[in-house]
Design a protein around this ligand. Sequence first.
Ligand code: SF4
Length: 358
Amino acid sequence: MDSEKIKYLQENYNLPSYRCQQLKEAFFHKHISEYTNITTFPKELRGRLQEEVPVLTTSLYKIYASQEKNAYKALLQLKDKRLVETVLLNPKPGLWSCCISSQVGCVLGCTFCATGTMGLARNLSSEEITDQVLFWQFFIKEEKIPARLSNVVYMGMGEPFHNKKEVFKSLRELMNPETFHLGARHLSVSTSGLVPAIYEFTEQFPQVNLAISLHAPNNELRVKLMPINKPYPLEKLMAAIEHYIEATNRKVFIEYIMLKEENDSLVLADQLADLLKKVSKSHLLHVNLIVYNQTDSEHIETPKEKARKFKNRLQEKGLSATIRKNLGRDIDGACGQLALKEPGRTTYFQSTNFVEVI
Ligand code: SF4
């Protein structure tokens, strides 16, 4: 459900505009998930809409909860039966944030990424993207979680800027005061570094947060981990980051997955610090070190102690850096450590303490 679908309902069911307002109020403010529960609507109309125009473009296939109930993961089925994953996280009291997918699979083939092994099946439409947010808003209401969804991050399956048109449309919908009405500063997009799209994003969404999946401080290593580094090497990527900061004066989050004996040495920490310190407002960079979530790839996670030393070295060099807190078992790790091996099974959940709740 989004503003376009409301318009469709208005035109195809001859709804007067006050009825459209009632629908918006029901879905986007009260988070009522079924037409049948919109009591301000005539019963016959509720029944017809329920039959003919599903509220969500997705249906719930499976949902899992972490044991501490501070992270949930849903597998949503699209109309064409493909599945996407989306995650709800409670990193601190009162703050709930969701991580959404922008594509089914991904073509960019980062070697540490489970989604990358799937290849790209297809892009999601703007409505399929925003429906993941609406799904979690309904879920929060149904589960009686005493908080609202406050943040949305595009860090699930897929490279958001590889589906730029629909992702940009979905950002506008999430900020639309008539529907989701989320503040730009509560939205974040994470990219592996599609440089031209970073410039467009900066131009069109200067208030939306930008995260860069960096994962290596030199071209030689980065190209091995992320083939996207070939067309867009670090020089181009760092120039785009510099431009974003210049234009917006906003923070940029640098994501760095820690891979044992690959990118986690102190020599590389020094290189990373040198690279980032070259940015003129480097105090606006924040490095998120991410504990690797072991998939079927050849990579191994860095031991905690080593990750701590890496972080300390960055801090000694004057950078802001933290090791990202694990919730369940780090599902919010950079873009796409999510993958579906077959319906109902994910690599992610094979190694987690999540339990199925529905
Ligand atoms: S890390 Fe992101 S860009 Fe790279 S393959 Fe995975 S989903 Fe695609």
